[in-house]
Design a protein around this ligand. Structure first.
Ligand SMILES: NC(=O)c1ccc[n+]([C@@H]2O[C@H](COP(=O)([O-])OP(=O)(O)OC[C@H]3O[C@@H](n4cnc5c(N)ncnc54)[C@H](O)[C@@H]3O)[C@@H](O)[C@H]2O)c1
Length: 335
């Protein structure tokens, strides 16, 4: 199976490494706007450097990874689909629901699969928490608190993360991971109330750098999601995540900065309380890409498809709208 990668920055390198480690997969070519980054990816993946057009016209290439800034996803995914490539696109799928729906439609019309890299579902701590919750370890889960953040992502090509119309800010680019994960636990969202701060001391830009969103789910559960690009440059860890799920019989907590990263406390007589470390066993990116390839090979269901990515994006856009208006926003108001 031959693959092409478009975009060779941080995620292009991660995709290159993941494909390289998978048996039977060859990255044939990579493309980006940076000669240096293309060289780095080509080296990691043992691929050649090509133009986007060469990748899309190459009949041997079956899958194309899109690892470019978010505002470019729509055009690249649509072009790839029209050239009959299955597409594995980085999250967020796009910056508007209209664009995302068009992407899904064109992929369907051209009979190609679209996967979106909502990779948090594949991180061991998160997938483990999900299976514990499904196993009823803490009874019925009713509330959650999530944190995801670190220093501002200065690595972006031409500093694209700093432009709201390219990245969507922290709620669209970063907290979307938690929004997507929470949907897999609590189901569909009713409304979102959010606040954001711009011009934080560590990053005096115009973007939405620190955010808090309160999510009310249709099943009555409540989640508190905090996202940050505002931690100081000298913060002890450049990036950390945590979660806390509270249920009728106990709680599960996780903090990537702790030695004992996961704690389960429960009154259940069946399930014992425990703490343990959750070392990163398998590379979650490789794991997700592998599942996507299986879907392409066997025409299976895609692990996270375009429609699921649209639902996660709706939550992010509702949060941005709430931050702008100061009012709760129902998901049905996001078009
Ligand atoms: N899944 C995750 O965990 C995760 C983590 C970080 C970023 N992302 C997402 O991945 C995407 C890329 O982020 P990144 O941090 O790798 O960005 P980056 O700035 O590090 O890399 C972007 C790359 O795209 C290239 N590029 C820019 N415009 C292009 C165009 N029009 N055509 C071809 N190449 C182009 C640049 O030359 C660069 O090589 C974004 O959508 C981002 O939100 C996902």
């Amino acid at each position: 199976m031959y693959v092409g990668i478009i975009g060779c920055g941080m995620m292009g390198k991660i995709h290159s490494k993941a494909y390289k480690e998978l048996k039977g997969i060859n990255v044939k070519a990579v493309a980006s706007l940076s000669e240096q980054q293309s060289k780095e990816c080509a080296e990691i993946a043992s691929a050649k450097i090509a133009s986007i057009d060469e990748i899309l016209k190459d009949e041997e290439i079956k899958i194309v990874s899109i690892c470019t800034p978010t505002d470019t996803h729509k055009d690249l995914v649509i072009e790839a689909a029209k050239n009959r490539k299955h597409v594995f696109c980085e999250k967020p799928i796009a910056l508007s629901i209209e664009d995302a729906e068009e992407m899904v439609k064109v992929c369907k019309e051209n009979d190609v699969l679209l996967g979106v890299n909502h990779v948090v579902r594949f991180f061991e701590a998160y997938s483990k928490a999900k299976s514990l919750l499904e196993g009823g370890v803490i009874g019925k889960a009713v509330m959650a608190r999530m944190y995801r953040g670190g220093v501002f992502p200065n690595h972006g090509w031409n500093n694209w993360f700093n432009e709201l119309d390219k990245s969507g800010g922290v709620l669209v680019d970063l907290s979307i991971h938690d929004f997507d994960f929470l949907r897999t636990i609590f189901g569909e969202v009713e409304s979102v109330t959010a606040r954001t701060i711009k011009k934080t001391p560590s990053h005096p830009g115009e973007n939405r750098d620190h955010a808090l969103a309160i999510i009310r789910f249709k099943n009555g559960s409540l989640a508190h999601v905090e996202g940050s690009w505002a931690e100081p440059e000298n913060a002890p860890s450049k990036f950390r995540t945590s979660f806390e799920f509270v249920g009728t019989e106990g709680m599960i907590t996780y903090d990537s900065d702790e030695d004992f990263t996961m704690r389960i406390q429960t009154i259940s007589e069946v399930h014992l309380a425990f703490s343990n470390t959750t070392p990163l066993g398998t590379d979650p990116y490789k794991h997700h890409i592998e599942q996507f390839i299986k879907a392409v090979e066997k025409k299976h269901e895609v692990p996270v498809d375009g429609n699921e990515a649209i639902e996660a994006l709706k939550i992010s856009l509702a949060a941005n709208k709430s931050a702008e208006t100061g009012k709760p926003v129902k998901l049905t108001e996001v078009l």
